[in-house]
Design a protein around this ligand. Structure first.
Ligand SMILES: [Zn+2]
Length: 301
């Protein structure tokens, strides 16, 4: 199917006033969103506004509550409306606050911001070294201060955006990690974010995205620490039977060519990540979602 045909299909099936319960959800993940990408990002958000309805955590709760009920009986109103959309941003970058958040609001969305909790209180002069040491992607035009500060994060939370956990130190759970280290990264991050926003984060985004970063001990720790949702970067639609602790996101770039953006949002990345999702199932146990197989590529988180 051509890109324009995909676009037209979406446009014809998504009337602005048909806001029924979504049957499925697309979650997307961005990293840097610098000013130079504003026009591109605006075009992407405009596409989202026409074809999706934005969701925050309460909406995701309602989606899965309906999924539980649906096991016994499919409720009335389960069909129709636009698919749901979760727009997420990893790494707590200041350009998320300056560029992405105002644009999101202009288009009627709220974002999910996954923040390494050590970053907001950190002195600007220390941030570049922290990012380099802990594998954060540095925006090409980043100034001295790379991360959002505490006031900006609190402001986002007050404006209805979701603040989520991305570990304390942007820690990949690969290599020589043990349960104690994982638990420390999660609990320190949760407590630090709670101190900033007044609410403990309920959602988590895995750091890295390489196959060995999805660690079984971390999966257990996420359950034990009471996280509601955990997000990978292994691109697939979220359906009612998805495991809330294994929700897949499609990685996008703010400045990517528009046809590539359309292809990825409409399923191209789902195909290329089939094999990675199967490997993840083998590593962490099979989720309730249906399994698949194939080849794949990596995407960073
Ligand atoms: Zn990250």
């Amino acid at each position: 199917m051509s890109i324009s045909a995909i676009d037209m299909l979406g446009a014809s099936s998504a009337g602005r006033d048909q806001e029924g319960l979504p049957k499925s959800i697309r979650a997307v993940a961005y990293h840097h969103t610098d000013r130079l990408a504003t026009a591109s990002l605006r075009r992407q958000f405009d596409y989202f506004r026409r074809h999706y309805r934005g969701l925050v955590e309460d909406d995701l709760d309602a989606f899965f509550v309906r999924g539980e009920r649906g096991k016994a009986r499919k409720p009335a109103g389960a069909r129709g409306g636009k698919p749901g959309l979760i727009i997420s941003f990893d790494d707590g970058l200041v350009d998320h606050y300056v560029v992405a958040a105002p644009l999101l609001e202009e288009y009627g969305f709220r974002g999910w911001f996954f923040v390494p909790a050590a970053l907001p209180p950190m002195a600007a002069s220390e941030q570049r070294a922290f990012c380099e040491a802990n594998g954060l992607f540095l925006p090409p035009d980043s100034g001295e201060r790379i991360g959002m500060n505490r006031e900006e994060l609190l402001d986002l939370a007050r404006r209805g955006h979701v603040v989520g956990c991305h570990t304390m130190n942007h820690r990949r759970f690969s290599g020589l990690v043990d349960a104690e280290l994982i638990d420390r990264e999660l609990t320190l991050a949760r407590d630090a974010l709670r101190t900033i926003t007044g609410a403990a984060p309920r959602s988590f985004a895995w750091v890295g995205g390489e196959p060995d970063t999805y660690h079984p001990l971390a999966q257990e720790a996420l359950k034990k620490e009471g996280f509601s949702y955990a997000f990978t970067t292994l691109s697939a639609k979220i359906r009612l039977d998805a495991d809330p602790l294994m929700l897949h996101r499609t990685v996008l770039d703010a400045d990517m060519p528009y046809p590539l953006f359309l292809a990825k949002v409409e399923g191209f990345s789902d195909l290329t990540h089939l094999g990675r999702r199967k490997a993840l199932e083998a590593r962490l146990g099979r989720p309730r979602a249906r399994g698949t197989s194939g080849s794949s590529t990596e995407e960073k988180a």
